[in-house]
Ligand binder design. Structure first.
Ligand SMILES: [Zn+2]
Length: 305
């Protein structure tokens, strides 16, 4: 993790998202890793923050399975409690799947689950915020549009949960998969208008900036290098330049991070933010796992699980 902080500093990142623990396991360590103080020091040294902690992928607060629900609450409590060891400002979590019950029932379960999680973790000025991420929509996902996110915000408020304890994250690849044509600047603006009107942009805590190699509305979630996918430079550039989002941190979840592509994608995001044209991607970008940049073929829509 110390290496990750230094690499983020080297490439000029000003924010970072990490896993606090194994994202695909229920098991949680009982003590923070020994290197977490050094991680915090290196981040402070490089001036990097806010830190986002990505919660376990296994969490599903929207589903009807009681055992899975209890385990989800447990692991989310653990991830929230562990966040301070990593100077985590946000703990972002996928909202989950209602598993063929109904969106309404899913939303109620999520709101109750959040109430239970937050009751178990300390509140205060340094407490991490729980951040709910929009979904691309496969497998009966909840939170596929602003309307559903607003219903969630309402259900959470109805339980008396303070507004500032729960925020939202918009993932651009998920928006695309869910059918928001954010390749077009006017659609980006309309989406932000709707979010502002029905939830409030003060609650948009994070953006996951990803291009997508999925078909618009396919409900698939396939991240791609910035500006090299189906969304493309115009829409992502417009989002990056939106004055209303000037204070919202953007996090990359693009392919090949462990191969150095984070530097390339960060530069591409900077170029788009400055209105500069994008340089061609290196040849090797074509072959890395998770990428089909340039000449990409749209992938087939996926069926719900
Ligand atoms: Zn994401």
């Amino acid at each position: 993790m110390v290496k990750a902080a230094d690499r983020a500093g080297e490439i000029g990142a000003t924010a970072i998202q990490v896993f606090g623990d194994n994202p695909t396991a229920w098991r949680r360590r009982t003590e923070p890793p020994g290197e977490s103080p050094a991680f915090r020091d290196r981040l402070a040294h490089h001036g990097i923050g806010p830190v986002a902690i990505h919660a376990a992928y296994l969490v599903n607060l929207a589903g009807p399975d009681a055992d899975l629900y209890e385990r989800s609450i447990g692991v989310l409590v653990a991830d929230m409690r562990a966040a301070s060891a990593f100077a985590g400002r946000f703990v972002n979590v996928h909202i989950g799947s209602h598993r063929e019950t109904s969106v309404e029932a899913g939303i109620e379960r999520v709101a109750l689950g959040i109430e239970r999680v937050l009751a178990e973790v300390e509140d205060g000025p340094d407490a991490p915020q729980l951040v709910l991420e929009n979904a691309a929509g496969s497998g009966w996902a909840v939170g596929i549009n602003v309307e559903e996110l607003a219903l969630l915000a309402e259900a959470i408020a109805a339980r008396g949960i303070p507004r500032e304890r729960v925020g939202f994250c918009l993932d651009t690849a998920h928006l695309w998969g869910a059918g928001h044509e954010i390749s077009r600047p006017e659609i980006v603006d309309a989406l932000l208008d709707e979010f502002e009107r029905s939830i409030g942009l003060d609650r948009l805590s994070m953006i996951h900036l990803n291009d997508s190699k999925a078909v618009l509305g396919s409900r698939a979630d396939r991240h791609e290098h910035i500006g090299a996918g189906q969304i493309g430079p115009e829409g992502l550039g417009h989002l990056l330049r939106s004055a209303r989002l000037a204070n919202v941190p953007f996090y990359l979840e693009t392919p090949g991070m462990d191969l150095g592509y984070d530097a390339i994608n960060l530069q591409r995001a900077r170029d788009l933010a400055a209105g500069r044209p994008l340089a061609p991607l290196p040849e090797s970008a074509l072959t890395i796992k998770g990428s089909r940049a340039r000449g990409a073929q749209p992938v087939e829509p996926v069926e719900p699980e």
